[in-house]
Design a protein around this ligand. Structure first.
Ligand code: NAD
Length: 255
């Protein structure tokens, strides 16, 4: 594995100028956004995929055949999510929105940390860890804080329940997808943050933005997921890079 990339001051200047001058900015975030909040991403050496290969633990087909097995992953993930708090990167995005620099955050994360940090416009493409849904009759149970020891059973139809997070091969929430795709198409700048762009269809969003003329800025401790030569790469950890990007963009916006 390559060492994390350092933050290049020239790239920071270019990205901050783009952010200060753009009119319609969206952030698109992935698991790297929450690593400094204590939730490992999926592909790193200590990531959850090592313990729980997705094809055996994280598809909707496995959930229908063997919900208990999927719940071993959900419990491990739930423990991490329960204790996580937003980091300075989440807070910087919330501040960008509050100051009129950012329209919305589109996230692949299910941890709810953007909302906890104060972001108002958050589109959770893969759902969020809030309550329980029946996979058969779609009954919703607001649920409590405690993680169940066994697969929770729907009080209405007896089907297995899970949090409303999207497993592999499961449909994304259509209303969220429609809004996210139109925000990406209207954007003149997309900040692509902490994602390896390995999960489809979310991975298409930077293409939608760039295809409609948006500039792209990638924030990643190991940048290089974007294939656009003109994309600005900001190497470094989100909690370090995003507050600096915000600070520099503010200085460009001052009269
Ligand atoms: P990924 O694990 O494939 O990639 C994470 C990316 O973030 C990598 O490119 C890595 O280099 C980078 N990264 C790691 N730590 C970073 C840091 N501190 N600062 C900047 N960059 C950092 O994640 P993905 O692309 O989001 O795809 C994984 C899928 O798994 C997503 O669909 C997501 O729903 C789910 N997931 C969610 C969470 C969460 O909710 N927090 C956690 C793990 C996985």
């Amino acid at each position: 594995m390559f060492p994390p990339a350092p933050l290049d001051p020239e790239a920071l200047e270019r990205a901050a100028r783009l952010l200060a001058d753009a009119h319609s900015v969206v952030a698109f975030t992935g698991a790297g956004m929450s690593v400094e909040s204590g939730i490992p991403d999926f592909r790193s050496d200590d990531g959850l995929w090592r313990r729980f290969p997705p094809e055996h633990y994280a598809t909707i087909e496995v959930f229908h055949q063997n919900p208990d097995r999927v719940w071993t992953l959900l419990r491990a993930m739930g423990e991490l999510v329960k204790h996580a708090v937003p980091n300075d990167g989440h807070r910087a995005l919330a501040a960008m929105e509050a100051e009129g620099m950012l329209k919305a955050v589109i996230t692949q994360n299910i941890d709810g940390l953007h909302t906890k940090a104060g972001s108002q416009q958050v589109l959770e493409l893969h759902g969020t860890w809030r309550g329980l849904h029946c996979s058969l009759c779609f009954h919703v149970d607001p649920g409590g804080e405690a993680l169940p020891d066994h697969t929770p059973i729907c009080p209405r139809c007896g089907g297995p329940m899970k949090p409303p997070i999207v497993l592999f091969n499961e449909d994304l929430p259509q209303v969220v997808v429609t809004r996210a795709w139109s925000l990406a198409a209207e954007a003149d700048l997309m900040l692509v943050i902490g994602t390896s762009l390995a999960v489809w269809p979310a991975s298409d969003l930077p293409d939608v933005a760039a295809g409609n003329g948006a500039a792209l800025v990638e924030v990643n401790d190991r940048p290089g997921a974007l294939r656009y030569r003109q994309a600005v790469e900001l190497g470094g950890a989100v909690a370090h890079v995003l507050p600096r990007l915000l600070e520099r963009a503010r200085s460009f916006r001052q009269p």
